[in-house]
Design a protein around this ligand. Structure first.
Ligand code: NAD
Length: 437
């Protein structure tokens, strides 16, 4: 059952987290590289920055990292994210873990906000979670940049990154805080405007956030000397390339400003790796879904939008003939990919982009039928409705399916949830929300 699989994956992370305090790794069936990465992190916690932390994927990254005993900074301007996502993480991880989180309300279009978030004076120690919202202390930004430029120089000269044991011994003792103005070890950059339709309506805003904002973050991460910069890329980058499954090196022409913006991210990351010896990893997510994904608004993703409609016993609208297909990826798989990308020690794995999905393809009509069945099983009072088919949506890719062999080979990525497992868990979560649980 899906909830069981979810619990096991969560248990692997939480078991590893428990291992930080008692030396015993409870572990779990999220075997292999991911279990090992969780275990290492729990034993030697690091400092992380998650941008877009109040959003869907960002809030899951935050939850897993806090469960693993990590120090986490979060940056968000609530453009599409929500304070209630952070509150749910807080309720889930508990107050003790929550104290290891510092929130910075800021915009990635503001280079100063990016610099502070990466380490120039964010002041992780002693700031009690949301109490720090918007209240960011000033700091000696130039000094920090200089200190970390030295680390870059030594990396460029061939020094080892240190893998799980940092050469500069900046591992954070559990619960100790990280000290004012200390740079983060890893950036997980999620903040962006994520909708193809929105980008078609406002390409300038898409560029400002997804391209200029991305460059601000990359520059700030470089100046702070972060160990690795992992960023949310997108399957949209495959554009009109017809091959299935999608293999990383074969991309087509972009079909939307959003797709272009995500491809430009990859190019900037490559240039920063080449010119400044930065370590970057791009994760091309394919239709990520799960709890806390926003079901509301014109730009909502298909699964939360449909669950919300079904819970209201409303008919679902399908863009096109229903044969459009996607490789739907449960959010825990995306979290796994981020942690592996940040902490992996194989030099060949760095400065690459990876597909993050399951390597399965489901049509929208199949998805609809599966969701109806699951909802009926979970809530006998549900009244199934036939879907309503409409116009195709501009900018949408027709079919999508990921080849995940590269992520498996170089990162050790092994998805813990297929569509059905993820869907059961997701539907149960939205149903519980609707019931006020
Ligand atoms: N969800 C998917 O299926 C999917 C697929 C491919 C790529 N992605 C990428 O993954 C990332 C996360 O997506 P998500 O689904 O969690 O979306 P989301 O909208 O839930 O999260 C994005 C977060 O970024 C924040 N943000 C937006 N603009 C910002 C700005 N200027 N400054 C600071 N914060 C800002 C939002 O408030 C939000 O909290 C995005 O980069 C998106 O493009 C997502």
């Amino acid at each position: 059952m899906a909830a069981g699989a979810f619990d096991r994956a969560a248990g692997a992370a939480q078991g590893a987290s428990a291992g930080a305090s008692n030396g015993v790794i409870a572990g779990g069936p999220a075997a292999g590289a991911y279990a090992l990465a969780c275990e290492r992190l729990a034993q030697a916690p690091r400092r992380w920055l998650v941008t877009g932390v109040a959003g869907f994927i960002g809030s899951h990254l935050l939850e897993t990292l806090l469960n693993l005993g990590q120090e986490v900074r979060g940056l968000d301007n609530f453009m599409t994210g929500h304070r209630h996502n952070l509150e749910q993480v807080r309720a889930s991880v508990g107050e003790q873990a929550w104290r290891r989180f510092t929130f910075i309300e800021g915009d990635i279009r503001d280079p100063q906000a990016c610099a502070r978030a990466c380490g120039a004076g964010a002041g992780m120690a002693g700031s009690a979670g949301m109490a720090g919202a918007g209240g960011v202390a000033g700091a000696d930004i130039a000094g920090i940049g200089a200190a970390h430029a030295a680390r870059h120089a030594s990396r460029a000269a061939g020094a080892s990154d240190g893998g799980s044991e940092p050469p500069d011994g900046r591992a954070v003792p559990d619960g100790s805080g990280a000290g004012d103005g200390v740079a983060v070890d890893y950036v997980l950059h999620q903040a962006a405007l994520g909708s193809v339709s929105r980008s078609l309506e406002d390409p300038l805003l898409c560029h400002a956030v997804n391209v200029s904002g991305f460059l601000n973050m990359l520059a700030a991460a470089r100046d702070a000397g972060v160990r690795r910069f992992v960023y949310a890329a997108s399957s949209a980058t495959y554009g009109d390339h017809p091959d299935l499954p999608k293999v990383e090196q074969h991309i087509g022409a972009p079909l939307s400003p959003y797709a272009l913006s995500k491809y430009v991210n990859e190019l900037y990351a490559q240039v920063y790796a080449r010119c400044y010896a930065m370590q970057t990893v791009g994760l091309r997510y394919f239709n990520v879904f799960g709890p806390r994904q926003d079901p509301l608004g014109a730009y909502a993703a298909v699964i939360p939008r449909w669950i919300a409609a079904m819970l209201d016993n409303e008919a679902v609208h399908i863009h096109g003939d229903g044969a459009t297909s996607r490789d739907f990826c449960f959010v825990h798989n995306a979290v796994q990919a981020n942690l592996l990308a940040a902490t992996g020690t194989d030099p060949a794995a760095v400065n690459q982009v990876y597909n993050v999905a399951v390597n399965a393809r489901t049509s929208l009509t199949q998805l609809h039928a599966t969701m109806q069945q699951m909802l009926l099983a979970a809530r006998p009072q549900h009244v199934p409705q036939a879907p309503q088919y409409g116009e195709f949506r501009a900018g949408d890719v027709r079919h999508s399916q990921a080849d995940i062999a590269k992520a498996a080979r170089l990162l050790g990525y092994a998805p813990t949830h297929d569509l059905a497992q993820g869907l059961r868990h997701t539907i149960a979560w939205y149903a519980a929300q609707a019931d006020g649980a």
